[in-house]
Design a protein around this ligand. Structure first.
Ligand code: COI
Length: 330
């Protein structure tokens, strides 16, 4: 049996080796390159592929993969929003993802960024770098005095809710499905009420048509003046033009964006600022009250280990049994 892995990072190699030792019957080959038209034939002759990339999987590459007889594809991450859902079904693909690789990785980072916004750390670092060691005027706010609005209480949102509650914040949440585990920790409210009451809003939802640009001119208008936003979920949940307006007016007091709508143009690569063709990013990035990070909330040793080993095992299940408990239902 042979599995081919695309887009392999250095950090993943030890865990691939570890998995390989546990599964000597499987040959694992890999490339650092992403799956696209120019690399699709590298996996010819394999029984399945394991992939990981933020940029969209191209239709051409998927078609060629299917022509090469490979329709068992395992994503090392959770999101399937960069995949043409109709096409993969039409081509008869079986896709798995890793729905829970380390909720704590993302939850902890989102809380960290909320604290950074409250404690105004970027503003302090900027002035310290200029030799200005004054306290004022950058007085902070305390987490235990905040009303934190958690949007989406799946695994990550629930983990974050518990951490915020641990700081003594009042935690309110909106979710389609309420998590019983959060009883006594979280007050579930409507989305409108959350927008109105929260002093910090943190997003934990996938990007689907219903969540596209859910934070927009209209929803910003409902929020508290100076509300802080944290997005470690998906960039397109936020209308970035409307966010710029809301920051300019002071409606939004600060934002931590680990994901952005046009992130594939800039994240996880060396960029030359002058050449970047992304106006909203250029407007936001240098603001003292905006923290932009390159989609790193997931990036911990624990998460990478789980992403590698769970995706390889899911791919092997597909090959051996024709199914997997991580099969994505489109
Ligand atoms: C995901 O697991 O979907 C993530 O957001 C990680 C990302 C780097 C693709």
């Amino acid at each position: 049996m042979k599995i081919y892995m695309y887009g392999v990072y250095q950090d993943e190699v030890p865990y691939i080796k570890e998995w390989q030792e546990e599964h000597p019957e499987v040959t694992v080959d890999s490339t650092t390159k992403l799956l696209d038209e120019s690399t699709v034939n590298l996996s010819k002759g394999s029984d399945g592929v394991v992939v990981f990339q933020q940029k969209p999987y191209s239709d051409e590459a998927l078609r060629q993969l299917a022509l090469n007889g490979i329709t068992k594809m395992s994503l090392r991450n959770v999101g399937v929003d960069n995949l043409n859902h109709e096409l993969v079904q039409e081509l008869g693909f079986q896709i798995t993802n890793v729905p829970v690789y380390s909720p704590a990785a993302i939850a902890e980072f989102s809380v960290t960024q909320a604290l950074n916004l409250l404690r105004r750390t970027k503003e302090f670092y900027l002035k310290l770098a200029k030799g200005d060691y004054n306290w004022a005027p950058h007085i902070a706010k305390e987490m235990n005095k905040q009303v934190v609005g958690i949007v989406g209480t799946g695994n990550i949102g629930s983990t974050a809710a518990k951490i915020f509650a641990g700081f003594g914040a009042k935690v309110i949440a909106y979710s389609r499905h309420q998590n019983k585990e959060l009883e006594g920790i979280v007050e579930y409210v409507s989305l409108d009420e959350l927008y109105k009451r929260a002093t910090i809003i943190s997003l934990y939802l996938p990007h689907v048509p219903a969540t596209d640009k859910m934070l927009n001119e209209k929803t910003f208008a409902m929020m508290q003046d100076g509300v802080l936003l944290v997005n470690t979920a998906r960039g397109p949940l936020v209308d970035e033009k409307a966010l710029i307006e809301a920051l300019n007016s002071g409606k939004v007091g600060g934002a931590a964006l680990d994901v952005m709508t046009g992130e594939t143009k800039i994240f996880n690569r060396q960029i030359n600022f002058q050449e970047v063709d992304y106006d909203e990013f250029k407007d936001l990035v240098d603001r003292p009250n905006v923290l932009i990070t390159p989609h790193i909330a997931f990036y911990t040793d624990q998460a990478i280990k789980n992403m590698v080993k769970m995706s390889l095992s899911a791919n092997l299940d597909l090959i051996k049994t024709g199914t997997s408990d991580k099969l994505v239902k489109f």
